[in-house]
Design a protein around this ligand. Structure first.
Ligand code: SF4
Ligand code: SF4
Length: 290
């Protein structure tokens, strides 16, 4: 099984649309949506959820009111303003960072640290194949750990089912969730746009790929919106020894396909779909055994 992870320096570059197209173009694959903070691959692939799993991560303070002597020591040490002014006090779960300081200073032993239900992850079937995805709870952190959970499950499904490909929609940026989705992958496809910010983001994420020794391909989406910036990205790729695997033109059909919740390549013939098909050929070629 070969894994390609599709990444971009920021959200909104079209990477999820690309993953949905790849899903439609490849007969046997498992899909993983690792953009757990803003998952939206399900909008295009219409999964039927088969398994719901809880994701527990981190901890929050909880006060047993019957043991509390209302001394106020916990409120005095909480740097996050998470202990209310009431008597006895309570913990504001959204503000609590789980540092545990209040539990240490409480003279009555009234504070305990409780594990937090931080989200859920799902195993689903879609018209395009099995999919593992997740939803992080509001104001919850540690999405890197949830990404690892999604990826591990997707790998297990692919291995057990003898699927040749795992296609992963990665999180945007270069933080912990991206590292979690990138390390150990066979290939990263970096999606960028022809803007100054796009070039800057591409350089940052390419550096991350190099650090983790993950081979990469580059794709410029909406390349014809700025031929000059595209030329500079091409020049940058050449200088850095990075292969530019595809250039996708701006096409109003992309927005129409998105609005209808259909992968672009299933929406009919258009220039962008033709470029995406060609791009998948390049990706599959790089994933093929030498
Ligand atoms: S665990 Fe830390 S952040 Fe949470 S209430 Fe206690 S002191 Fe405040
Ligand atoms: S430190 Fe303990 S006893 Fe004092 S107010 Fe807080 S919970 Fe109550």
């Amino acid at each position: 099984m070969k894994e390609v992870v599709v990444l971009s320096g920021k959200g909104g570059t079209g990477k999820t649309s690309l993953v949905a197209c790849f899903a439609a173009l490849t007969p046997r694959k498992v899909l993983a949506d690792c953009d757990v903070d803003a998952a939206n691959l399900h909008l295009l692939l219409r999964p039927l959820v088969k398994e719901v799993n809880e994701f527990w991560s981190g901890q929050k303070a909880a006060i047993a009111a019957e043991q509390c002597s209302a001394c106020g020591a916990c409120r005095a040490v909480c740097r996050f303003g998470a202990i209310t002014e009431e008597s006895p006090p309570a913990v504001d779960e959204v503000s609590c960072e789980g540092c545990g300081f209040c539990a240490r200073v409480c003279p009555a032993g009234a504070i305990s640290m409780q594990p937090t239900l931080a989200g859920h992850w799902f195993f689903s079937v879609t018209p395009y194949g099995p999919m593992v995805h997740a939803k992080l709870g509001i104001a919850q952190e540690n999405s890197g750990k949830l990404v690892a959970q999604v990826r591990n499950k997707a790998k297990a499904v692919a291995t057990e089912g003898g699927y040749p490909y795992l296609i992963t929609d990665g999180p945007p940026g270069i933080g912990c969730p991206v590292i979690s989705s990138l390390s150990g992958a066979d290939l990263a496809l970096l999606v960028t746009e022809p803007t100054l910010a796009g070039r800057h983001d591409l350089a940052r994420i390419a550096g991350l790929c190099r650090h983790f020794r993950v081979p990469l391909l580059v794709c410029v989406n909406k390349f014809d919106l700025s031929e000059e910036n595209t030329r500079q990205i091409e020049e940058y790729c050449r200088r850095e020894g990075m292969e530019l695997a595809g250039k996708i033109p701006f096409d109003p059909a992309v927005a129409r396909a998105l609005a209808q919740g259909v992968p672009l390549v299933d929406y009919g013939e258009n220039d962008a779909a033709a470029a995406v098909k060609e791009l998948w050929q390049q990706v599959a070629r790089r994933l093929a055994p030498a």
